[in-house]
Design a binder for this molecule. Structure first.
Ligand SMILES: [Zn+2]
Length: 413
């Protein structure tokens, strides 16, 4: 049972966490500025800052323009001292990479392709994850944590992932299985939520007043929400499976068993199937020559202006638009970020989304800013690093107040 009360050590850790979080987000600020923002007395700030400097977690960086134009000593997080491992587990592969605390990648991404992830092959994948962590730890002793972004349904409270078995789907204790193999703090999060946190950490300048909704559209459709700088996780840690919001209650059968889920219209396989259905309407499409229509072939056809591909992706944009028309009144986001394979749809996709938002969104709500990520940018892999960064900064005494050899020699990619 989680304790409710706070001992003096807990209070100190909480204040360190507040200071570090503010400092990471406002590099170069002064003690006075931190005291004013956090609401602690100057003497307390001075004491805590001294302990963080002594532990080399932060450092003084020369004079800065302080409040009322007074010169103050600026403080900076010691970004060069720590490294984080980010791991993105998907249904058919694993990506692993080393990051610093500013989200810069170090070393090359380690790619590992698997058969579709099930209860049968998960043990081998976990062994590979442990091997990758050990390999990066041996190269860089200053790895302080790892973050794992994984597909859903993922139960945050129990650290379990729903996997297919021959008999029935069951939740597998992935967190326990990996943590047993490597003695390192490892943080786990649903992939779309991790992507949302990455965008908030590294692309919005950590604006705590922002509410951000992320839709990850690839092998499936996932959703993540960051509000007040925190991932919205719900009561049982299973929230924001937004791909299963129903946009047509009499619609297509979804893998979850329901009908008309957004996922059933926008996941890659759904687009491939829909392209096959549309061949009769667009017989001149270049896709009619394909033995098997793949998502890659659809986007290549889109690039060359193929009418079927344009129709299909515009339609997918409209489905996403209908999903957002339902989601915006729930979360009231000011930014919606869309990432992964679907973003190859570019302006055609955006036209579909905007058409529905402009005509169907309730007038009670402001239309949020819609951002399509660059298809080359892996927001979820960055998100894996972001959840580890967020996790260690939440408990700095345990994770940062320690010493170790420097990692400065490692090359940034
Ligand atoms: Zn569903």
């Amino acid at each position: 049972m989680a304790k409710i009360g706070k001992n003096l050590d807990d209070l100190l850790d909480g204040n360190r966490a507040q200071i570090l979080r503010y400092l990471v987000q406002n590099n170069g600020c002064s003690r006075v500025e931190i005291a004013k923002t956090i609401g602690l007395k100057q003497a307390s700030i001075t004491k805590i800052v001294r302990s963080l400097i002594n532990a080399e977690v932060i450092q003084e960086t020369g004079f800065t323009e302080g409040l009322k134009g007074r010169r103050s000593i600026g403080l900076s997080f010691n970004y060069t001292k720590y490294r984080i491992i980010g791991m993105k587990l998907s249904w058919q592969g694993l990506k692993t990479c080393l990051f610093d605390l500013q989200g810069n990648r170090y070393e090359k991404v380690i790619n590992y392709t698997t058969e579709y992830l099930t209860a049968k092959n998960i043990a081998g994948v976990i062994e590979k994850m442990a091997d990758n962590i050990r390999e990066l730890q041996s190269k860089c002793p200053d790895v302080i944590a790892a973050g794992v972004a994984l597909p859903g349904p993922f139960h945050r409270d129990t650290g379990t992932l729903l996997l297919h078995t021959e008999l029935a789907d069951r939740f597998y204790p992935i967190k326990e299985a990996l943590c047993k193999k490597v003695p390192l703090p490892i943080f786990f999060e649903h992939d779309a939520a991790a992507g949302a946190l990455a965008y908030w950490w590294f692309k919005t300048n950590c604006n705590t007043r922002q509410t951000l909704l992320h839709l990850l559209v690839s092998e499936g459709v996932g959703g993540g929400v960051v509000s007040n700088g925190q991932i919205f996780s719900g009561c049982h840690g299973l929230s924001t499976e937004l791909g299963h919001i129903i946009i047509d209650y009499k619609g297509k059968k979804c893998v979850c068993g329901a009908r008309g889920c957004l996922d059933a219209y926008c996941r890659s396989i759904a687009l491939e199937t829909r392209a096959g259905e549309l061949l009769a309407k667009f017989p001149k499409s270049t896709l009619s020559n394909a033995e098997h229509i793949t998502i890659r072939a659809i986007f290549e056809a889109l690039q060359s202006g193929d009418e079927l591909a344009v129709y299909l992706i515009h339609e997918a944009g409209q489905y996403l638009g209908y999903g957002l028309v339902s989601l915006i009144p729930i979360f009231d986001p000011d930014i919606v970020v869309i990432s992964d394979i679907i973003t190859h749809g570019g302006q055609t996709l955006m036209k579909g989304i905007n058409h529905i938002l402009d005509t169907k969104l309730s007038s009670y709500y402001n239309k949020p800013k819609i951002i399509l990520m660059d298809p080359a940018e892996d927001l979820v892999l960055l998100g894996a690093a972001a959840i580890a960064i967020d996790g260690i900064l939440a408990r700095p005494t345990e994770h940062l107040i320690r010493t170790g050899p420097s990692c400065k020699s490692m090359s940034q990619s």
